[in-house]
Design a protein around this ligand. Sequence first.
Ligand code: HEM
Length: 461
Amino acid sequence: MTEALTLAEAPGPRGHWFWGSIQERRHQPLQLFLRAHQEYGDLVRLRMGPTISLVSVASPELVKHVLVDHPDVYGKPPRLFAPAAPLLGNGLISSDGDFWKRQRRLMQPAFHRERLAGLTHLMVDSTQRMLARWRARPSSSEPLDIAAEMMRLTLGIVGRALFSTDVSGTADRVGQALGAALEGTNHRMLSLGLRAPDFLPTARNRAYRDAISILDTVVYDIIARRRAGETHGDDLLSMLMAAQDADTGERMTDQQLRDETMTLFLAGHETTANGLAWMWHLLSHHPEVEARARAEVESALQGRPPTVEDLPRLRYLTQLFEETMRLYPPAWIVGRMAKKEDVLGGVRIPASPRVIIVTSPYVVHRNPRVWPDPERFDPDRFSPERSAERPRLAYLPFGGGQRLCIGNNFALMEAPLITAAVLQHFRLRAVAGHVPEPEPSITLRPKNGLPMLVEPLQARA
Ligand code: HEM
């Protein structure tokens, strides 16, 4: 058997003698990962300054090794979510180990398709409210930022799904606090340690703390009133409050409910919103795909609003969203850290917080061994027959293994229902000359938004 390579011997670009590839990681991460894998193969090491390494894997087999086969070895990097801790607390995204396992077990039943079916009417209802707003615009010749519209829509939906309350309006105090907390969390996650420490009373730090304290008051108040029997709701919060550990009979404390609902707020809207924004962009440039999508909607719904029962008849819309997430995976990178030494793809991986194992769905989804002509947009790749031919981890918009996105069914019901409801009444057209650039922020979003022309269908008749 051949000896495993050390990290220093692993393939990868040398980069700057001191900084390695840190500048490219900051300014052009998608290109950095894509090119490194094209040049050096399925596993590459990227130096980030003198002490930190990223080990990036891009084949379904290596991704499976890290995400699926060895959960005892590869865990969440402990400091990754520290900047978001004031908002997320110890919720499902940031927790690890036994605590995470117990929470995941408690929460999983609320995310089964049958339970979620009861929430789908509000997905359609929220979309129709958005469409009414679009219809009321004085002129349809002014472009609308579709990325912002999708964000507002999915934020409204996840808020109603959690608490039976729409919090997406920016006019009121809670809406503003939510906006400030989400924006502040993004800023903190992206500043890579280059920000004022939390104890300094800078304007930004104070605004962030104030926003979170307003949200805390609201969420704890909702929980207290539910516990006192003053209010009820057929929503995720009530399912989480009722969830009981099968072994111990324990339920979540108020603090855990608060952390989990904040986490679901954050995880449950920006990803879906950006996926949808990219989908509208792609659709506007592929009239043959749009025509097929419209034909499906017309034949499945015959003019009535979509419901969850229609989803099996809206298969092409689902494929459309799946293919969009192949090209523009909203969660464009997933990170792990080895808790024990391991050999991965012939390279010895030390158990060190300075070695982060990453996989980028953006790169895996362009692996030409699995995806012929990878840049071509073709929703038929996700027909049941063609999907069955691929290795499972060739496609991972929702991650994989035990940390698979808990909201994947939620998103896969929400996206086609929104798409169907919009297609029934509007056509979204690209603004001539505007080419959106993918910005790999926490999620992969169109840089500077996505202006599109929004035309009511009746007006075209
Ligand atoms: C298109 C939409 C979505 C995408 C692309 C997406 C993607 C992902 C990915 C890749 C992960 C795994 C991260 C990792 O392994 O490190 C994840 C985890 C998670 N997602 Fe999603 N997500 C989406 C929608 C949602 C929704 C709608 C919700 C909730 C309503 C949600 C809640 C979560 C939570 C709580 C986790 C952490 C799960 C755990 O570690 O146990 N996501 N998501």
